[in-house]
Ligand binder design. Structure first.
Ligand SMILES: [Mg+2]
Length: 260
């Protein structure tokens, strides 16, 4: 079945199903990775230490980058615009290519590493969905680049299970902008109305994909800071308290789909 397949016949006596599922696209932080509360000041403190900054200069550098990052995410929530790590460093008065800045970035990544590991339930979930002919996508709001995200997936042995991935850092937008979900559907070669999106933030991951015609599965366990929450009105199509629930939810929406 392709993204452009006609209506799927329903059971006898029922209206035809207008949709089946061709792809399931996943959020990264708090969805593919277990939710961790990360100390955002501490990450830039580690960065400044990595740069070799000491005492006052260390605190000034950490404060400047933290403020630039906060402004970038605030613009994202307000305007839907994306940002990149290099831009944030520049806004904080640093030269991204400078050797000291690079040493800071290495320390920053080391700080982040414990929070980047793929949830142990993900490989079997992705394999089960793919065995049913459903493609796997990733769409993340991130200031990190594609190569870095893919290194993480490769380290965890799941990169080969991803059919299409998109990172806000390589687009003009962040979630919940409709455009980024349309682009993520294109990355897995599916019509948005035949995609499911899975994420842990109601505004970005339920309201956003639904605006593009996707179904949304919400994972309600993350402790999203109040400062990052945006007032909105959205009801998920399903709630998954466990990643393993996703296979069953998608199977229920895939009635009429031929077995492979
Ligand atoms: Mg998330």
């Amino acid at each position: 079945m392709t993204a452009s397949s006609p209506l799927v016949p329903g059971e006898e006596g029922q209206a035809p199903l207008s949709r089946s599922i061709d792809a399931v696209i996943f959020d990264w932080g708090g969805t593919i990775t277990p939710w961790h509360t990360v100390d955002h000041r501490a990450q830039w403190h580690a960065f400044a230490q990595g740069m070799g900054a000491i005492a006052c200069s260390l605190n000034d550098t950490a404060s400047a980058v933290l403020a630039a990052e906060d402004r970038a995410w605030e613009r994202g929530r307000r305007e839907g615009s994306s940002a990149r790590l290099e831009e944030i460093l520049r806004e904080a008065g640093l030269e991204p290519e400078h050797e000291a800045t690079q040493a800071g970035v290495a320390a920053y990544r080391e700080f982040w590493e414990p929070h980047t590991f793929t949830h142990p339930a993900i490989p079997s979930l992705w394999e089960a969905l793919r065995a049913k002919g459903i493609r796997i996508g990733v769409l993340s709001n991130t200031i990190w680049d594609r190569d870095y995200h893919r290194e993480i997936f490769a380290r965890d042995g799941v990169l080969h299970l991803i059919d299409g991935d998109l990172y806000s850092s390589e687009t003009p937008w962040v979630k919940p902008r409709t455009e980024i979900f349309v682009a993520a559907a294109a990355a897995v070669e599916a019509d948005p109305t035949r995609c499911v999106y899975v994420g842990d933030r109601s505004f970005e991951d339920v309201h956003g994909p639904q605006s593009a015609g996707m179904r949304a599965i919400w994972i309600p366990h993350s402790d999203i800071p109040e400062s990052q929450q945006v007032s909105h009105d959205a009801t998920p199509d399903a709630v998954a308290h466990d990643l393993a629930d996703i296979e069953h939810i998608v199977a229920q929406w895939s009635v009429g789909r031929p077995l492979r």
